[in-house]
Unconditional design. Structure first.
Length: 490
């Protein structure tokens, strides 16, 4: 008998908690908003505090005999045709680390696309796993990276047959999708598991007009952020499992090792509600979003100086395998300014926040929550931006290296370089030294420099010129990049 997707176990348990007038002498200390600062209640609303209860000993009893979370996870797995699903309140940054640690272990090797998010690199640092980097497919003319090909993973396995598995990021924050079925076949031919960081793909299982999602493509573990393209709250994440290459109990253990013992039930509720919404109405809602995105993309394309990247730009031989049109990626190179400056102008003059900005692009992420009103405001703001392009044209130029010059030698393991004795040197003296920190343009959060990489002049010049142009480097010890942390020399 199939599961009942009209249920929302977490939301229903919260309703029962309030109907029963439960009185907790437990955390959280605000005690159902009674102790919260009235000024906080005025801004946040009492519903936030009313939904903030203990998972066990609140939402469920102290032994979790109600099976609230277990049922919610089973419903999610059923909704997306996975065998097991785990909820996380620590974002996909935690989920992907748990996935890595169940596939490999300290001292072993893992194939990793070099376009991985910084959370993957953090997993390498924490675990001591040796990465075998798999090169993205670079579009040198557009200065953008697409996911590595199946052939690239096959070559990496041939050269490193002892690698425990592989990790690929798909779709990218720009909407470019990998050949997941091909990469899964490469892995499974060798009996190795595939992890897919699908943080930007929560919506993919619910409409056939989108790229194939990881479980349907044969991945073993898939990590998804419910808050990015779904209706969940920030930090809400799930990871899915199928097949017999990974023990679900081991994956649960790794998640327990890394996760909080005080999960926020509000995040569970957001995940639970999103699953019900998508099962009941997802095809219609995402279909409407795709139609709206098509109209919006056409309207933006008609603005002088703008080009909206589409499948013809991103897909093809040596490029991406598929394309998600909901991240509306706009090339503004013809305006003669940078995405950084354009994004700042949109926020200052129209209170419109772009998702991504780089040396030549803006991205406006659309979801099922958008409508004619929100997209009309976006298009109007972009028209005004184009009309004011002349005052934005003195933006500092970002010196973007050729793809080959972006890649540096991995001279030490990320863990070794990160935890070893380090020193701080002026950026002008850092060339040739081994980096002891991550340096990551954010968003999208793909590190340009990893601990253990030997720094080169083209990469340092790219980052320094990027900072001058408005690039944000949140994880650099010196965010202005006047200095760099490097491995100390004897």
């Amino acid at each position: 008998m199939g599961l009942n997707h009209d249920e929302a176990p977490v939301l229903e348990a919260l309703a029962r908690y309030h109907d029963a007038d439960e009185l907790g002498f437990t955390p959280p200390g605000h005690k159902q908003a009674r102790g919260a600062d009235p000024r906080a209640r005025a801004v946040l609303g009492d519903a936030v505090f009313f939904g903030d209860v203990l998972a066990n000993g609140g939402l469920d009893d102290r032994l979790a005999r109600g099976g609230v979370l277990e049922r919610a996870e089973s419903l999610m797995a059923d909704a997306v045709h996975a065998e097991h699903t785990f909820f996380s309140t620590c974002g996909s940054s935690l989920s992907v680390k748990a996935a890595m640690l169940v596939v490999t272990c300290p001292g072993n090797r893992l194939l990793v696309g070099r376009d991985a998010h910084k959370s993957v690199i953090a997993g390498l640092i924490l675990s001591g796993v040796e990465p075998v980097w798999v090169e993205p497919q670079w579009d040198a003319s557009r200065h953008i990276a697409h996911p590595p090909s199946a052939a690239a993973y096959d070559k990496a396995f041939t050269e490193h047959p002892d690698a425990d598995g592989a990790l690929v990021t798909s779709p990218t924050p720009y909407g470019a999708a990998a050949d997941l079925a091909g990469i899964a076949d490469v892995c499974h031919h060798r009996g190795k598991p595939l992890i897919v960081d699908e943080a930007w793909g929560a919506h993919l299982p619910f409409h056939d007009g989108l790229p194939s999602w990881a479980m349907d493509a044969g991945a073993d573990i898939c990590v998804t952020s419910i808050h990015k393209m779904g209706s969940g709250l920030e930090q809400g994440s799930v990871f899915h499992l199928q097949g017999d290459l990974i023990d679900p109990a081991e994956l649960a253990s790794r998640a327990d090792l890394l996760g909080t013992t005080s999960p926020n039930v509000l995040l569970y509720a957001g995940i639970d509600a999103w699953r019900r919404q998508m099962v009941q109405d997802g095809r219609k809602l995402i279909g409407q979003a795709l139609d709206l995105a098509g109209r919006t993309r056409s309207a933006i394309e008609a603005i002088g100086g703008f080009h909206v990247n589409d499948a013809a730009d991103f897909c093809g031989p040596h490029l991406a395998a598929d394309f998600d049109p909901l991240p509306v990626v706009i090339d503004i190179r013809e305006l003669g300014t940078t995405g950084y400056r354009a994004a700042d102008w949109l926020r200052a003059h129209h209170h419109v926040d772009a998702h991504l900005s780089d040396h030549r692009r803006l991205s406006a992420q659309l979801t099922h929550a958008d409508d004619e009103e929100t997209t009309s405001r976006l298009v109007s703001a972009l028209r005004d931006l184009a009309d004011h392009a002349e005052i934005l044209r003195d933006a500092p130029r970002v010196v973007v290296p050729a793809p080959a010059d972006l890649r540096m030698e991995q001279a030490q393991l990320p863990r070794d370089a990160y935890f070893t004795q380090h020193s701080t040197v002026p950026v002008t003296e850092a060339c040739g030294r081994i980096a002891a920190e991550m340096i990551t343009p954010y968003p999208p959060g793909i590190p340009a420099v990893l601990p253990g990489e030997r720094l080169t002049e083209p990469v340092l010049q790219y980052l320094a010129s990027g900072v001058a142009a408005g690039m944000f480097l949140p994880d650099a010890a010196d965010q202005r990049l006047k200095t760099v942390r490097v491995v100390a020399e004897d």
